[in-house]
Ligand binder design. Structure first.
Ligand code: URA
Length: 211
C-alpha cells in the first residue's frame, strides 16, 4: 500500500479551520469541498491518460486525454457524499458509484447497507471518498469489494487518518502497489469510542448539521 500525507500549507490551513468546533455546517461543507479538490490533484497523479492529437489556432500538436475506461469515483455514504463535488470538479467525466456502509458503534465493524456500483469494473481506476480513516474497517471492506470486481487500482481520499487505521489498511493490503491512501492529515490516535484524536468529531454530523 502507498500512503501520501499532504504537505502543503494551504491544506494545513483549511484542515485547521475544518477541525474548529466553532465552524458551522455550511463552512465545514465548503472547506471539505475545497480540501478534496486539493487532495484530488495528488490522488490523480497516476491517472491513466492516452495520447490525442489537438489542433490549436496555430498548429497541430500531441497531447493527452484521460484514458478509457473512465475512472470510477465512489463516495462512501453518508459522509463521503460531502466530498463528491470537490472530486468531480477535477474529474467531471468520471463515473460515480455509491456505497453505503455503516459502522456498528459497539463492535466497530462495517457492513454494507446500500450499493450502486457496476458488478464488473475490470480495468477501472477507482477513487474512493471517505473523510475519516479511523479503525480502517470500512475502507478495507470497500477496497476489497472494488478489487474483487476487477478494479486495477484503488485510491482512497481521506480528510484525516488515524495511525491505527492506516496500519490496519496497510496490513490488509501489504505489498499491494495498487492501493493508495491520500490524506490531508495523520492524527495522533483513536479514542476508546473509535474517534480520531484530535480529529474533527463526527464528519457526517458536522457536514449535515445533525450534531
Ligand atoms: N468517523 C468520524 O466521523 N469521526 C471520527 O473521528 C472517526 C470516525
Amino acid at each position: 500500500m502507498r500512503t501520501h500525507v499532504a504537505d502543503h500549507p494551504l491544506i494545513a490551513h483549511k484542515l485547521t479551520a475544518l477541525r474548529d468546533e466553532q465552524t458551522s455546517s455550511p463552512e465545514f461543507r465548503r472547506l471539505a469541498d475545497e480540501l478534496v479538490t486539493l487532495l484530488a490533484y495528488e490522488a490523480t497523479r497516476h491517472i491513466r491518460v492516452q495520447p490525442v492529437t489537438v489542433r490549436t489556432p496555430v498548429a497541430v500538436t500531441q497531447g493527452v486525454a484521460i484514458a478509457d475506461p473512465k475512472p470510477l469515483v465512489v463516495p462512501i455514504l453518508r459522509a463521503g457524499l460531502g466530498m463528491l463535488e470537490g472530486m468531480m470538479r477535477l474529474l467531471p467525466n468520471a463515473e460515480v458509484g455509491f456505497l453505503g456502509m455503516v459502522r456498528d458503534e459497539e463492535s466497530l465493524l462495517a457492513s454494507v447497507y446500500a450499493e450502486r456500483i457496476p458488478k464488473d469494473i475490470a480495468g477501472r481506476q477507482v477513487f474512493m471518498l471517505d473523510p475519516m480513516l479511523a479503525t480502517g474497517g470500512t475502507l478495507i471492506a470497500a477496497i476489497r469489494m472494488m478489487l474483487a470486481r476487477g478494479a486495477t487500482d484503488v485510491t482512497a481520499i481521506c480528510l484525516l487518518a488515524a495511525p491505527e487505521g492506516l496500519a490496519s489498511v496497510d496490513a490488509a493490503f501489504e505489498g499491494a502497489v495498487n492501493v493508495t491512501i491520500v490524506t490531508a492529515g495523520l492524527d495522533e490516535k483513536l479514542n476508546d469510542k473509535g474517534y480520531i484524536v484530535p480529529g474533527l468529531g463526527d464528519a457526517g454530523d458536522r457536514l449535515y448539521g445533525t450534531v
